[in-house]
Ligand binder design. Structure first.
Ligand code: ZN
Length: 581
């Protein structure tokens, strides 16, 4: 057995030698033992640096809570150790082991001033003098004299130790502290109920999860942002004149007058969230909250707590109670995007909420009434999912009270120019640019492209064009479409024989429709074919002519004419054809 590090005389309580005898330095195993607890001998200065970093990172208040709880935990550990000591001595003798340990561990020299303990009656009063407080010294060293006591970790220790020892909550306060400029620290401990402001201190003992708080703040930011964009979206993104769009829009207007549950079906990127928000903004709940959640973006094991909320302690890691999206949307609208991705257990709960209008947070017995208008959306046909057993049929019927199918962009080509101009306005304002519109080739390409990503894709491409095109110019095809698109995805591709590819037969019909509806002219289609052939031949006019079944001369003539039309219509100064040859 070895002696503790500093041969300073420990206050002469009856059993202090016995206590020191319990310290074992095991050089062979690299361990230090205090009875059966592994201890560490660490540098006070580096501990102090760590403490400082905690404070600087988390702020005084949070660091105080954390340090207090750390101290509390060591206090509880030492109380366990004390319970292994002989029980033939008095409560007071046993209790005094704690202050001795605190001293032995090198934290602070503890001298009792007045201690009255009656464990069976639950009576407790203790007053100690603290000298050489490790924590107070370093706090003053880094932060100077403070208006409040600073020995948080040590106070935590005293509270944890006495609480575990007494089996009731004991709270200590520093009435003097070297951190406040006093010559020593002095502490008083009493049952928490006997302190007038006990509740205020209790918060330092309860854990808080910073991750939870960050998530909460993140949610708030998202909500605020979407609320800020709401008005703008309402007016700018719902545009269209095509019959399929107008049909969907009329349904939306009707649904907005009632509280009926709406199911929005449509491909990715067709604007389901914009529709959901428009439903909300046009309805009676417009002044209440609109809460959106993408069911596919949340891990399956978290989706129920996100939707229905969670009560503190419901599962490991649920450190604070949190309302779910249903509660947040109370009075307003809840938008469940990609509802087909909900796991079956969450579907069962969702069905119950819709039937009863009540929710139960996870780990809570309390029933809460909620009044929420539900709008659900899916890009997969829910009925198909139901047939495959992946979606509850009863929930499908419940959600499908009023279905709106939002058409894909390729079925509403007439709306493309309208949308393109709207996005051009929007992103020019956002990026502080002023353009003169699109080149004719750009316009033709926008109309001929298949838009697998629908409006979202259109929006992204226009933003790309706005960013890449210098102010004062017209946006060119390459500034919107990456080479991938122009190489692979444009419709009106020509096969090796120069004919329209068979897969585009349907597009051919759409093309005819576009001409009949006045969306495009024959000249534009002609130009589109010529452009496509020149692109495919990578600028080699002879090859492009062969693709079109024309002579090189005929093609050059068409290009010339096309170029003239472009300049007439736009007044733009464009490159002469000879440059392109
Ligand atoms: Zn102090």
């Amino acid at each position: 057995m070895a002696q503790p590090c500093k041969p300073e005389k420990i206050p002469s309580y009856e059993n202090s030698d016995d206590l020191r005898a319990r310290v074992h330095f095991c050089a062979e195993t690299g361990q230090i033992w205090l009875h059966e607890h592994r201890m560490l001998l660490v540098h006070a200065a580096t501990q102090a640096a760590l403490r400082k970093e905690l404070i600087d990172t988390l702020g005084m208040d949070r660091a105080r809570g954390l340090l207090t709880r750390m101290g509390y935990a060591s206090g509880v550990q030492d109380a366990e150790l004390v319970c292994t000591r002989a029980h033939d001595t008095s409560d007071l003798d046993i209790f005094m082991t704690g202050p001795q340990l605190h001293t032995l561990e090198g934290i602070v020299k503890v001298t009792p001033i007045r201690v009255e303990i009656d464990r069976s009656a639950g009576r407790f009063y203790a007053e100690f003098l603290w000298e050489n407080s490790w924590e107070g010294h370093w706090h003053k060293h880094y932060y100077g004299i403070q208006p409040d006591p600073v020995c948080w970790n040590q106070i935590g220790y005293a509270c944890g130790y006495s609480t575990a020892f007494m089996g009731r909550q004991i709270l200590y306060k520093e009435v003097e502290c070297i951190g406040m400029g006093d010559s020593n620290c002095r502490i008083i401990g009493k049952p928490i109920e006997e302190w007038e402001d006990g509740d205020e201190y209790a918060r330092f003992f309860s854990q808080e999860s910073i991750a939870d708080q960050l998530m909460e703040l993140q949610t708030q930011v998202v909500q605020l942002r979407s609320a800020m964009n709401a008005k703008e979206k309402q007016h700018s993104d719902i545009v269209g004149n095509s019959p399929p769009f107008r049909a969907a829009y009329e349904l939306l207007e009707q649904a907005s007058k009632s509280q009926i549950t709406v199911l929005l079906q449509g491909e990715t990127g067709v604007g389901k969230e914009v529709f959901a928000r428009a439903l909300h903004d046009r309805g009676a709940r417009r002044n209440e909250s609109f809460i959106a959640i993408n069911c596919a973006a949340i891990p399956h094991d978290l989706v129920e707590s996100e939707l229905f909320g969670v009560e503190k302690g419901a599962y490991t890691g649920a450190l604070v109670s949190r309302p779910g999206r249903f509660e947040r949307a109370n009075g307003g609208t809840l938008f469940l995007d990609e509802v087909g991705d909900l796991p079956l257990s969450a579907q069962a709960k969702l069905l119950r909420v819709l039937q009863e209008g009540e929710i139960e947070r996870l780990g809570d017995q309390k029933i809460r009434k909620v009044n929420v208008r539900l709008v659900a959306a899916s890009n997969i046909d829910l009925r198909t999912l139901a047939k495959e057993g992946k979606f509850r049929l009863d929930l499908y019927y419940r959600l499908n009270a009023f279905q709106i199918n939002i058409p894909p962009l390729r079925e509403r080509k007439e709306d493309i120019s309208l949308l393109a101009n709207r996005f051009l306005e929007k992103y020019s304002a956002i990026h502080g640019k002023k353009h003169r519109g699109f080149t004719d080739k750009s316009k033709r390409t926008l109309l001929s492209y298949a838009w697998p990503g629908n409006i979202r894709e259109l929006q992204n491409m226009i933003e790309r064009g706005v960013i890449l095109a210098p102010s004062g110019t017209r946006i060119e095809v390459d500034q919107m479409f990456s080479s991938y698109h122009t190489d692979h995805s444009l419709e009106f591709g020509l096969d090796s024989n120069g004919g329209l590819e068979i897969a585009h037969e349907k597009t051919g019909k759409e093309l005819c429709e576009a001409v009949f509806n006045g969306v495009m002219t024959l000249d534009q289609i002609d130009g589109m074919l010529v452009d496509a052939a020149v692109d495919k031949a990578r600028g080699n006019l002879s090859k492009a002519a062969r693709l079109l079944g024309l002579t090189r001369r005929q093609l050059a003539y068409r290009l010339e004419r096309l170029h003239e039309q472009d300049s007439e219509r736009t007044g733009a100064i464009s490159r002469p054809v000879s440059d392109q040859l």
